[in-house]
Design a protein around this ligand. Structure first.
Ligand code: HEC
Length: 280
């Protein structure tokens, strides 16, 4: 028996698996695409370009300093930026003494220990400190924000598809919830304590519109602080925070391309040289 069926067993087992696979494909129930409010009303990124877009893009230091000012005066009330240290600000053009002053005057002090009593205390920030969190812990952060947690902004520009383009769209994207949406999807009505923003994945965000009035910050370089301008600047700043070495990466890319072009030219020259006498 075995001797007779032996040669057929392996192909039979294989065919059995194949059939099971096919059966699986055929009978998998296709989810009926039920329309949802997020499906129909979610908006993509707004048209906006940044100086650091594209392979040759560079940061505009002046803009990054303005963006830092917006973070400091508006966003830092709720959002931490735990992976950026004050001294990193030298990377956007602040001098050593300026960084020292910024750290010293920061609204939130950093936790420390009283050297005499050993009790928990706070002290003024130093350039080597990371930006202190506005809340003592997650529970305090949620308690102050309707149970939502303001995310740390150090890497947010990298953590969201669209990066700074998304951030800009989100910050300038708050609007009235369309009446038509509520008529079609009564369940999707913005709940109390949330805000309608079609650029946010589920359309309702727990962050109150942070940039609302022209002149909310006063720029020292004379730039007019309109809402789109502040959103643009802080989005650029958050991109820098997430990727301070972007320019080096761009430069390395261009250098690699030039190297490859030259290497290609040499290789072609060598090829011509080797085959010079062999071809007619
Ligand atoms: C009053 C507190 C508050 C202020 C001020 C504030 N935020 Fe928020 N932010 C929140 C909360 C709360 C959330 C969480 C929202 C949620 O999950 O629904 C949030 C979420 C975010 C997100 C994440 C959105 C996402 O895709 O998940 C970004 C980005 C953001 N804020 C940027 C900023 C920027 C930039 C500023 C300053 C211009 C700012 N926020 C000011 C409270 C605040």
């Amino acid at each position: 028996m075995i001797r007779f069926f032996g040669p057929f067993i392996a192909p039979l087992v294989g065919a059995g698996f194949l059939l099971a696979l096919l059966w699986g494909f055929i009978t998998t129930p296709r989810e009926a695409e039920a329309p949802t409010a997020a499906h129909e009303y979610h908006k993509g990124e707004k048209e906006i370009s940044f100086s650091f877009d594209g392979p040759l893009g560079r940061y505009d230091r002046q803009q990054l300093q303005r963006g830092f000012q917006v973070y400091k005066e508006v966003c830092s009330a709720c959002h931490s930026m735990k992976m950026v240290a004050f001294r990193d600000l030298e990377g956007i053009g602040f001098s050593g003494p300026e960084v020292k002053a910024i750290a010293n005057q920061w609204a939130v002090e950093v936790p420390s220990i009283n050297p005499d009593t050993g009790e928990a205390a706070t002290r003024k920030a130093l350039p080597s400190d990371y930006f202190p969190s506005p809340y003592a812990n997650e529970t305090a952060a949620r308690a102050a924000n309707n149970n939502a947690l303001p995310p740390d902004l150090s890497l947010i520009a990298k953590a969201r598809e669209g990066g700074s383009h998304y951030l800009y769209s989100l910050l300038t994207g708050y609007e009235e919830q369309p009446a038509e949406l509520v008529r079609k999807f009564p369940d999707a009505k913005t709940p109390a304590g949330l805000y309608y923003n079609p650029h946010f994945a589920n359309l309702n965000i727990a962050m109150p519109p942070p940039l609302v009035a022209e002149g909310q910050v006063t720029y020292s370089d004379g730039t007019k602080a309109t809402v789109p301008q502040m959103a643009d600047d802080v989005s650029a700043f958050l991109m820098w925070a997430a990727e301070p070495k972007l320019e080096n990466r761009h430069r390395a890319g261009v250098a690699a391309l030039i190297y490859l072009l030259i290497a290609t030219a040499f290789t072609y020259g060598a090829y011509r040289n080797i085959w010079r006498d062999k071809k007619h």
